[in-house]
Design a protein around this ligand. Structure first.
Ligand code: RNT
Ligand code: ZN
Length: 427
């Protein structure tokens, strides 16, 4: 399905550019800015957070859960890479790959998580090569027998903590080596599932132990040109409803005290609490931020990101001023009930669309109205902008970057599904 001819896209763009120019917005500037923003695309949407440690790995444990049984999930590294390539070819711009430690390439010989090294990710680095802007990384502190008690870095048993600290240290080395080879720092993000299903007696002990484990992992200084380290909080998880060791306040304090990046996941707060308002509150106190752009539906359900109000609110915060210089954007969702390649494409394109929308707002006119305390004008401006011919600019951007315009990309995904995904047996 061709949704429009190239000429139609160009004509609509020319008119749209004039409309924006009348508001004092230079559309070309917005498009150039957008082209410089990499989004970190999470590998785990491709196989429901399974990973490749074991043959036929299970679904994620540790309080996160992909639901659905849509056929065609990637079962091997090669399958996942093909799927990632397919998705990337339908997304405008140059982006980053976000890997988890459990996606290692062990070449048939199982390796324990405290023993992994950069060699297990060399094939990812070689594959990512020049097509990707860089690679980000995550230690995997879940889906493992030593995480089965619901505790890892804060486990009461010293031996189990030591094992996970060793994993954290190994991931640091891996992250730094990836950063060195890719020529752009790897953002290594720490999230642990630790928590209690029911009301604990001692809330201090696990947090004291987590603090100590983190300090052991982060003890040696690292070169920020190779590695940036983030910590990710959470409110609750399945089976950890009453108490999460790594809460927001805990990691906010940790990131500020230790100069780490704070990771804000859109699904890790109370249902009506949003992360858009947290960006300007936290950035004055931490060096940089990592975002896990996700979509919670009633809980931390990790639905595919929509072009909705909260995504726009996040994008506006990023587009204004030079905030983007200090914020890394990653996606974090996993929907196993729809075509997984399509899930990536929808989420990535929506994130980019939202950024473009925000980059086409007349920042100075809006802030002047606010500065004059003319809240009537501010309101009228913001409402007017919603019906500007933004779609025509987005379509043109896709055309210019050589990716399908409109929903024409779905045809490609359907063909890929028929040719490749449908042939993967579900055994
Ligand atoms: C879990 C966190 C975490 C994971 C990934 C797979 O609640 O959001 O970021 O989704 O590490
Ligand atoms: Zn997350």
């Amino acid at each position: 399905m061709k949704v429009a001819t190239d000429r139609q896209v160009e004509q609509a763009y020319t008119l749209a550019r004039e409309r924006y120019a009348a508001l004092g917005v230079e559309v070309e500037r917005g498009l150039e800015r957008l082209a410089r923003v990499p989004i970190s695309m999470h590998c785990w949407q491709g196989d429901d957070v399974g990973g490749f440690e074991r043959v036929g790995a299970e679904l994620a444990g540790g309080g996160i859960q992909a639901t659905g049984n849509y056929p065609g999930k990637a079962r091997t590294i090669d399958e996942l890479r093909r799927d990632l390539e397919q998705a990337l070819s339908l997304i405008p711009g140059r982006h980053r790959l976000n890997l988890h430690a459990c996606y290692l390439d062990h070449g048939g010989k199982q390796v324990e998580r405290d023993q992994i090294g950069p060699e297990h990710f060399q094939s990812w680095i070689d594959w990512a090569g020049k097509d990707w802007h860089g690679i980000d990384f995550n230690p995997t502190y879940f889906s493992h027998p030593k995480a089965a008690d619901g505790f890892t870095l804060s486990h009461p048993d010293r031996g189990i903590r030591d094992f996970w600290v060793a994993h954290g240290l190994a991931c640091r080395r891996i992250g730094a080596e990836i950063g060195r080879q890719m020529g752009t720092p790897t953002v290594v993000n720490t999230w642990i599932p630790d928590g209690y299903k029911d009301v604990p007696v001692d809330r201090f002990g696990p947090r004291r132990r987590l603090l100590d484990s983190l300090d052991r992992i982060f003890a040696a200084p690292v070169d920020p040109a190779l590695l940036l380290e983030a910590v990710e909080s959470k409110l609750f998880g399945i089976g950890a409803e009453s108490y999460t060791v790594g809460s927001h306040e805990f990691y906010l304090g940790y990131a500020i005290a230790r100069g780490k990046l704070l990771c804000l996941d859109a699904g890790h707060f109370h249902p009506t609490e949003t992360i858009s308002d947290k960006i300007s509150s936290v950035l004055p106190f931490v060096p940089e931020l990592l975002l896990h752009v996700s979509r919670p539906v009633r809980w931390d359900s990790d639905h595919v990101v929509l072009f909705d109000g909260e995504l726009l609110a996040i994008a506006r915060e990023l587009a204004r001023g030079d905030t983007l210089r200090r914020v890394h954007i990653g996606l974090d969702f996993f929907d196993a009930s729809i075509n997984r390649v399509a899930a990536w494409v929808v989420g990535m394109r929506n994130m980019l669309k939202a950024l473009l929308f925000a980059m086409l707002e007349p920042e100075s006119a809006l802030s002047q109205a606010e500065g004059r305390m003319d809240y009537t004008e501010r309101l009228v401006w913001l409402e007017e902008l919603k019906t500007m011919p933004f779609g025509a600019v987005w379509d043109y951007y896709c055309l210019e970057r050589g990716v399908p315009v409109g929903m024409a990309w779905l045809d490609t995904v359907r063909q890929y599904e028929a040719k490749v995904l449908a042939r993967r047996s579900s055994d």
